[in-house]
Design a protein around this ligand. Sequence first.
Ligand code: NAD
Length: 269
Amino acid sequence: LPVGGLTNIGILGCGGRMGRMLLQELSGRARLAGGVDKPGSGLIGRDLGTLIGTEPCGLRVGEDAGALFAAADVVIDFTAANAAARHAGLAVLHRTALVMGTTGLDTEAEAALHQAATKVAVVRAANMSIGVTLLTMLVEKLAAQLVPDRYDIEIVEMHHRHKRDAPSGTALALAEAAARGRSVALEQVRRRSGDGDTGPRAPGEIGIVSLRGGDVVGDHTVIFAADGERFELSHKASSRQIFAGGAITAALWAATRPPGLYSMTDVLG
Ligand code: NAD
């Protein structure tokens, strides 16, 4: 586990799929301030090194998120949507930068994140990979070119069977980008998948379809369908390393930034 590096990074949700990947990817890039998981979890007290199958490192899984924010320069959160508002509040209380990777946030959590961003640097992205950051930019540009009365936009996403929220935060971010490209509000044009006699598709709608199964890390395809042709942009993640690597890059960047709500586009310049 990491030693050296100047930035102290804390990991919230260190026992989860993304948390463990972060512990593996941190090595050599930053100093580990600690890891916290859900209070009452059976993982509390486990050594963070043995948690990822390496040598014990002397740091144990904690359950006090406040203590983690106090100890870290920046905290990375991959936990659960219902914890996000509290974590945003702790970031303000301890003046600690925050990287929010957790998706499916409700309006209360969104508001807390915006509030926190007035006091500390907050990087928020539904997908921390470089590929999806570029895809999002491409989708906005294409949507601006491929006019709504000719090109229907459908977004298809697939994730592993354990994923809790649908559609994925990434699919929503891609839909937002398409709507931005067309200068419309997503909620006014969003098409929800129906069943039975759903009637014809209205021009300009942006649809999202979610599939769940197996161990799929994250597939997203944006389809621009017209009469006589179809344009598809796809991104397929085969390892969570791409999200963890991006989240660490975002954390190192956020630790040096003034207060504000930033995206991965800001981080990657
Ligand atoms: P997971 O269920 O494997 O891990 C979540 C971990 O957080 C668990 O160990 C759980 O016990 C812990 N946790 C839950 N509530 C907590 C709390 N209040 N305090 C501390 N720890 C708590 O889930 P995962 O696959 O690692 O995904 C976590 C989140 O990250 C999801 O919202 C997912 O959609 C999102 N995600 C985002 C990206 C991205 O690039 N932004 C990539 C992958 C996953």
